[in-house]
Design a protein around this ligand. Structure first.
Ligand SMILES: [Cu+2]
Length: 528
C-alpha cells in the first residue's frame, strides 16, 4: 500500500494532467477502431491498478491484462502500443480469434490474496473442461497466485462479452470484463463487390488505411462493412472501490487476522462514473493507447464518410441498462450475443432498426450505422453552379439508389443527388440563387462551440462557402469545420439516461462522445 501523502501527491499530478488532457482533446482529432490482441491462446492475469477519471480521481480497480506478450495485435493498420499489453486494463484486452479456432485462456490470479478466488466466463460458447483451479459456483476458479485454463471452440462469429464468474457483483464492478470478437471464416462475395469495392478504391485514392478486422461481421452477405467500432458500457460506484481498497490494505497490515477476506457491500448502488470503454467523456475522445491512460487503452470517438457501412459492436458490461443514442440515424441490428438475426428464408436481415441501442447487463449486439444526408432538403456540400470555386461546381450523377457513387474519388462521393445545388439559406443571403429552408445567423454575433465552426457544409472549404445573414463568412478554427481541416459534421452519441452524461454529477461527462461525418477527401486515421 502507498502512504497517504503519496496518494495525495499523485492525485494532484493527475488533476493537472487531466485538465491539460481535457483542453487538448478539443483540438486534436482522435479516432477509434476495435483494436485488440489475437489468439488463439491468451495468457491473462487478474491484477489491480488505478483508473483515472476526468475529475482527477484515481480509482482503485481490478481488471484483466496480459501475463505474457500476446501472440499478435489487430488490426494491422494500428501499431501495437509501445508499452505493450499492460498487466491490467479496463475493459480487459479485446480477444480477437477466427471462427473454428479452439481458444485457450490461461488466467493467473494476481489479485491481492484477500480478494480470494477469481475466474472467467465466456457466455455463448460451449466450454471444454477447465484445467486446474478449484471448483467454484459457476466454473473452475483460480486461487490467489494460481492459474486456471479455459478452452472453447469459437464455433460462430460475432461480438460477445467475457467477465468474472466469481463474486460477480463485486468483481465485475471492480472492472473484470472484456470483449471477444470472432471473425467469420468465409468472406461473402458481396463484401468484395459493388459499393464495397468503390469504398475501397476511394480509401486507396485518398491514402486512407483499412482499419477493419474483417470484410464481414458474419458469414452472410448482409453483414459486409467499411469501418468498425467497439463500445463497452459500464459504471463505477466509487464507494465500493474505496471499501475494497481500504479492506485490502487492512488485510495486508502486519496485525491482520489470518485468513483475512474482503466483505465489501455492493448495495446500495450509487454509481458516479459512466464509462465508454473504461473512460468518461472527454477522455474517451483521446486516442487509443494514449500514454496518459495506461490502464484504459480503448477510446470512443467514431469517424466515418458518407455512405460507409459502419459496424458497431456494443456490449453492456455494467449493472445498469444503458440506452445509448447514436444521433443522425438508427442502428440496424445484425445480431445479439453473436446470433445473427435473419428472416425465415435466411436471405434478409430481421433485426430491428434501433433509435437507442439499449444494452442490458452482459448483452452484446452488432449493428450497422450509416450517414448519407439523404432527406436534408439542401445541398450539404454547398454546391453553387455560379461559383468560381471548382469544388462548388462538382457534378452529382445519381445511381439506381439516387446517390453519386460513379466517381469514388470525388469529394461529394455518396451525395444524395435530389438535393444537389439546393441552397440551405433563404434568398438573398444564400451563396446559391433561390431560397433555402433557413437563414444563417450573423457570424459576427456568434461564438461557435467546440464542435461547430460556423459552416453547415461538408468539404475542404466548407467555412469560406458559408455566408451569414450579414453577407460575411463566419470566423472559424474550431475542430469540426476548420478550413483545410476536418470540415466534418459532429453528432453527439450519448446515453439517453441523462444522469449518465455526467462525471461525478458534473455535466458534461460520462457516456458521451462525438461522432464525426467527414467528407471523402479527409483522411480518417484510426491509428492516432
Ligand atoms: Cu440523443
Amino acid at each position: 500500500m502507498r502512504p497517504m501523502n503519496m496518494n495525495n501527491a499523485l492525485l494532484k499530478v493527475r488533476l493537472v494532467l487531466t485538465a491539460m488532457v481535457a483542453v487538448a482533446s478539443l483540438a486534436a482529432t482522435a479516432h477509434a477502431a476495435a483494436p485488440g490482441i489475437t489468439g488463439p491462446t491468451f495468457n491473462l492475469t487478474a491484477h489491480t491498478a488505478y483508473l483515472t477519471q476526468p475529475d482527477g480521481q484515481a480509482i482503485y480497480s481490478w481488471g484483466y491484462g496480459c501475463s505474457a506478450a500476446p501472440t499478435g495485435w489487430a488490426p494491422t493498420a494500428i501499431a501495437p502500443p509501445a508499452a505493450g499489453c499492460p498487466n491490467m486494463q479496463v475493459p480487459g484486452p479485446t480477444l480477437i480469434v477466427n471462427e473454428g479456432d479452439t481458444v485457450t485462456v490461461n488466467l493467473t490470479n494476481n489479485l491481492p490474496p484477500s480478494a480470494g478466488n477469481t475466474s472467467m466466463l465466456f457466455p455463448g460458447f460451449t466450454m471444454l473442461a477447465p484445467v486446474g483451479g478449484t471448483p467454484g459456483l459457476l466454473t473452475q476458479e483460480a486461487a490467489p497466485g494460481t492459474t486456471v485454463t479455459y478452452s472453447f471452440l469459437a464455433s460462430s462469429p460475432g461480438t460477445r462479452s467475457y467477465y468474472s464468474g466469481t463474486q460477480s457483483d463485486l468483481q465485475i464492478e471492480m472492472g473484470m470484463y472484456g470483449a471477444i470478437i470472432v471473425l467469420p471464416n468465409a468472406v461473402p462475395g458481396a463484401c468484395t463487390a459493388g459499393t464495397f469495392v468503390s469504398n475501397q478504391s476511394a480509401r486507396n485514392y485518398w491514402g486512407e488505411k483499412n482499419f477493419r478486422l474483417a470484410d464481414a461481421a458474419y458469414d452472410s452477405p448482409k453483414t459486409c462493412y467499411d469501418r468498425e467500432y467497439l463500445f463497452q458500457f459500464s459504471e463505477i460506484d466509487p464507494n465500493i472501490h474505496l471499501q475494497a481498497e481500504s479492506q485490502v490494505a487492512a488485510c495486508s497490515a502486519a496485525n491482520a487476522p489470518s485468513p483475512c477476506t474482503l466483505q465489501v457491500p455492493t448495495e446500495p448502488y450509487h454509481p458516479a462514473y459512466f464509462l465508454i470503454n473504461g473512460r468518461s467523456m472527454p477522455d474517451d475522445m483521446d486516442p487509443n493507447y494514449a500514454a496518459e491512460y495506461p490502464h484504459q487503452p480503448y477510446n470512443g470517438n467514431p469517424h466515418m464518410h458518407p455512405g460507409e457501412m459502419v459496424l458497431l459492436r456494443i456490449i453492456g458490461q455494467g449493472r445498469w441498462q444503458h440506452p445509448f443514442h447514436e444521433h443522425a440515424n438508427h442502428v440496424r441490428i445484425l445480431a445479439r450475443d453473436g446470433n445473427l438475426i435473419l428472416t425465415q428464408d435466411g436471405q434478409g436481415l430481421a433485426g430491428p432498426a434501433l433509435f437507442t441501442t439499449t444494452t442490458t447487463p452482459g448483452l452484446a449486439m452488432d449493428g450497422i450505422f450509416y450517414y448519407t444526408g439523404r432527406g436534408l432538403n439542401w445541398d450539404m456540400y454547398g454546391h453553387n453552379p455560379g461559383s468560381s470555386d471548382p469544388n462548388a461546381k462538382l457534378p452529382c450523377t445519381p445511381d439506381a439508389n439516387g446517390y453519386n457513387t460513379g466517381a469514388p474519388t470525388a469529394i461529394n462521393y455518396f451525395e444524395w443527388c435530389q438535393d444537389h445545388n439546393k441552397p440551405v439559406q433563404a434568398a438573398p443571403f444564400g451563396d446559391v440563387a433561390g431560397g433555402g429552408p433557413v437563414t444563417l445567423p450573423d457570424p459576427n454575433i456568434l461564438v461557435n462551440g467546440a464542435w461547430y465552426g460556423g459552416s453547415p457544409y461538408l468539404g475542404p472549404n466548407a467555412t469560406v462557402r458559408a455566408v451569414g445573414s450579414s453577407g460575411t463568412t463566419p470566423p472559424s478554427g474550431t475542430i469540426a469545420n476548420s478550413p483545410g481541416g476536418e470540415a466534418g459534421f459532429a453528432f453527439m452519441w450519448h446515453s439517453h439516461n441523462e444522469r449518465e452524461i455526467t462525471t461525478n454529477n458534473a455535466f458534461p461527462g460520462g457516456m458521451m462522445m462525438m461522432m464525426l461525418v467527414d467528407s471523402r477527401e479527409f483522411v480518417i486515421d484510426e491509428s492516432n
